[in-house]
Design a protein around this ligand. Structure first.
Ligand code: ANZ
Ligand code: ZN
Length: 807
């Protein structure tokens, strides 16, 4: 019988859609629950690509396995469909973005179903559905009411080609993340979300989560919490210059001070600074550089010394020069720093360039060559008055205390994290449900007015001023104030694409609820996502944003948990043949549809799981795809060879128990490739020694999470569907007997006088007498011992025996 994958896959996909074996049941207390989550796709016009197939197949394997383990599994999918690519495509093709989205979603759904994913299709969500974005708007309103959404005029990143404001994280190497266009700075009034209010909790609560280390580290670095001291320096200009330092211990080593080019003191000191022209010119120069350029290490240091103003080091009364330099950023700390060239590399480079003194205050390095930067706990204080002899670790708090006692400053915690720029001047996003009234200011819509629907427009192009296209629809914009009834204007900015994805996992719990984002029962029952796998590129944006929204909802009492996700893992990228990134221009993009046409979805799934270590990037190989197809063919053909017995073949028993255990553990550990290798070895065994239907049953169940269509078909053909009255996907994971997974014999090395002379197979845990007797039966050993007498035997159980002999 031929393995007709096309017919088989269609047959089972239809059956699954009809019988719904993958439905999650809210409130089922008979089974433990498991909520497995993948990052829902952006439904682009290009369709699903192999980059989706890797994480989706992985979590599908896990979900299928969890069902077999008796869990009530929630494994949902949806579409993150607002955003620029669709809007730009709509502009280009003169099609409404809603229509574009609809068509793309249809295509995505078809592709996802073709891959045999066990999603619960009744819970599908779409962020552009008004019934969905009603709740996105509702959450925003709660944030507004709690003061977490506020308007601020700020220098924003302006993409000159997309004509939109970009969040910092959307600017890559000074260019637009989306179009690569030039990004300049522009003052604009924006809606902001105060994620920084949650910064401490976003760091601290990571400790309780089962996230892979690199995710935790990246989030911590992004939030960038630093514990330091603010210290006041008197200046001859009269004002006190406050600096932020994490190294209060180095105060005796301060030889100069630096103000950021944007620091307000510079303009204020206009009359005291005798070279103000040069300072102004420097400030203008700096304004043209990005923060990224300015803070790069190893870049040539520049600056101007302020003539006529100096500062006093409070620890020793020394008068020190003050500079303006662009390596100090206004957006961090106080926008001013104390220069410690002996122990900060950027300060060292600056001091070297401007020939400023470099003082050693921590012994152990060679400051004539480079700064001696703190590494671990090393270093003892020198040239530092009352700190001398202390370690850096002791000196930091000691100096901090001195500063506090002298009323020269205080402890301070700083963060790198900035508030979230939340408005976009584009059409295809959630309308922000606020109106602006001359009398009342920004007023929230009544909740009963939600969803505030996106109005129809004729053109989606942004205006030249960069206002949203919505601003052109005057009869939509003009409205009445919910507060005073007077004339008011609707907010015309829309939300960023990150909004809808910040809470979508909650909607899956109760996807059609019109009275709440999800019912209390559903929220309580499903609780935290048990396992969320997704891309590393989402670590500092989506993953952080959604943790923030979830914490906010927790504070409101809407959700029962502080954190949304118990466990987070991440997969490596799929590269093209030859190990390069897949891209249209390289012509190395693999389309999953082509693979499905040629070999079937089960081969695609098996290959994408076999391709290599799940956490690492892996290069596509057409050759290896064929190898996986061959493996499935071989499995299929085993059906003809199987004898009728339902027992395991004695020869295979240990191997089958071992394989069941190994595949089980490997799926949990995301070692999908070795799970498949284990089954490949088992299949080889079956070919070598023959097999029973019982052997085949175990193999079919083991393979079913990976190649579900083929497994169902074999299950049926072998008669198990009839005898068990269930589909393979509804069966329990095959049982294994741990005692049978251990072999009963071991191969041991035989040494004579420490030299290897042969090996012998003996029962596990054999004693000395048994091993020696068996060893004597080995011809080479017997020969070597001819005429000799064993005077000592050294036995390493189950590994080796060393015989010491003399004539
Ligand atoms: C003196 C010093 C001596 C420093 C030393 C470091 C090492 P983190 O850990 O990232 O918070 N700094 C402070 N504000 C700055 C700004 N606006 N622009 C550029 N640099 C700034 O870094 C804190 C350290 O970065 C501070 O501690 C300050 O340099 C510098 F051996 O003060 B330090
Ligand atoms: Zn009003």
């Amino acid at each position: 019988m031929k393995y007709d994958f096309t017919a088989i896959e269609q047959k089972w996909q239809d059956k699954w859609l009809e019988a719904k074996p993958y439905s999650a049941v809210t409130g089922d207390t008979d089974r433990p629950k498991f909520f497995g989550l993948v990052e829902f796709p952006y439904p682009s016009a290009q369709g699903l690509h192999v980059g989706h197939a890797r994480p989706y197949t992985a979590m599908d394997v896990v979900a299928r396995k969890k069902r077999m383990d008796g869990f009530n599994v929630l494994f949902p999918i949806g579409y993150d469909a607002f955003g620029l690519p669709t809007e730009n495509f709509a502009i280009k093709t003169h099609t409404h973005p809603a229509k574009v989205t609809h068509d793309n979603v249809e295509n995505f759904r078809k592709q996802l179903q073709m891959l045999g994913y066990s999603f619960d299709w009744d819970r599908e969500v779409n962020t552009t559905d008004p019934l969905y974005y009603k709740w996105t708007q509702w959450i925003f309103l709660q944030m507004f009411k709690k003061g977490l959404a506020y308007k601020a005029s700020m220098p924003v990143n302006w993409c000159t080609s997309c004509k939109i404001v970009l969040a910092n994280e959307e600017v890559v190497d000074g260019g637009c993340e989306r179009c690569g266009g030039e990004v300049i700075r522009k003052e604009k009034s924006q809606w902001m979300l105060a994620i920084t209010k949650y910064a401490d909790r976003l760091v601290d609560d990571l400790d309780s989560l089962d996230f892979i280390d690199r995710v935790k580290t990246q989030q911590k670095n992004w939030i960038g919490r630093s514990f330091g001291t603010e210290v006041d320096f008197k200046t001859t200009a009269g004002d006190v210059m406050t600096v932020y330092t994490t190294r209060a211990d180095t105060l005796f080593g301060v030889t100069y001070m630096v103000l950021s080019p944007e620091h307000p003191f510079l303009a204020k000191w206009k009359d005291q600074i005798s070279n103000f022209d040069a300072v102004t010119a420097y400030m203008e120069d700096a304004a043209r550089k990005s923060d990224f350029e300015r803070s790069e290490l190893n870049k040539d240091k520049s600056g101007v010394r302020l003539q006529g103003v100096s500062a006093i080091n409070p620890v020793n009364g020394t008068e020190i020069p003050v500079f303006v330099s662009d390596y100090v950023l206004m957006g961090y700390g106080t926008g001013a720093v104390m220069g410690v060239p002996g122990h900060d590399q950027r300060d060292w480079e600056f001091a070297t360039k401007f020939e400023l003194p470099i003082i050693e205050v921590v012994a152990g390095g060679d400051i004539t060559k480079e700064a001696f930067v703190l590494k671990g706990d090393s270093g003892v204080m020198v040239n530092s008055g009352f700190l001398n002899g202390m370690t850096v670790k002791e000196a930091i708090p000691a100096m901090k205390q001195w500063v506090i006692d002298q009323k020269l400053g205080h402890e301070k915690v700083n963060f790198k994290l900035r508030d979230w720029v939340f408005s976009r001047q584009r059409y295809w996003g959630e309308p922000i449900p606020l109106v602006n009234c001359e009398k009342c200011g920004f007023v929230p819509l009544e909740e009963s007015q939600l969803p505030l629907l996106l109005p129809e427009v004729d053109s989606y192009e942004v205006t030249d001023t960069g206002e949203s296209p919505l601003s052109k629809i005057t009869d939509w914009v003009t409205t009445t104030c919910p507060c005073c009834g007077g004339v008011a204007q609707r907010e015309t900015d829309t939300m960023p694409q990150w909004a809808g994805s910040s809470w979508y996992f909650l909607r899956y719990m109760d996807a059609h609820n019109d009275d709440a984002l999800a019912s209390q029962e559903a929220l309580d029952y499903w609780g935290m996502v048990d396992w969320y796998n997704g891309g590393m590129e989402h670590t500092t944006l989506h993953l952080l944003y959604s943790r923030f929204w979830h914490k906010f909802l927790f504070d409101l009492g809407v959700v029962p948990n502080k954190e949304p996700y118990s466990k987070r893992t991440s997969h490596g990228m799929i590269l093209g043949e030859g190990g390069e990134k897949m891209s249209k221009s390289r012509g190395n993009v693999v389309n999953p549809n082509d693979i499905i046409d040629l070999y079937g979805a089960d081969t695609m799934r098996t290959y994408i799981m076999f391709i290599g270590d799940f956490e690492k990037p892996a290069a596509w190989s057409g050759q290896a795809v064929k190898g996986c197809k061959r493996f499935l063919d071989r499995v299929w053909n085993l059906m003809d060879m199987a004898s009728d017995s339902l027992e395991y073949t004695a020869d295979h028993e240990a191997a089958i128990h071992k394989a069941i255990l190994k595949v089980n553990q490997d799926i949990e550990a995301m070692k999908f490739n070795t799970a498949i290798a284990t089954m490949m070895a088992l299949v080889n065994d079956f070919y070598a020694k023959g097999l029973t239907k019982g052997d085949m049953k175990a193999l079919t169940l083991m393979l079913s999470p990976f190649a579900p269509h083929m497994a169902e078909e074999m299950w049926e053909l072998l008669g198990f569907a009839a005898s068990e009255g269930k589909m393979a996907c509804q069966m329990a994971w095959p049982a294994y007997d741990e005692s049978k997974t251990v072999s009963s014999t071991v191969e041991m090395a035989i040494q004579i006088g420490g030299k290897l002379r042969g090996t012998v197979v003996v029962p596990v845990d054999s004693d000395e007498a048994t091993v020696v007797a068996a060893a004597m039966g080995v011809e080479k050993v017997a020969k070597a011992l001819e005429g000799m007498q064993i005077i000592k035997t050294i036995l390493v159980k189950n590994r080796l025996v060393n015989l010491i002999a003399k004539p």
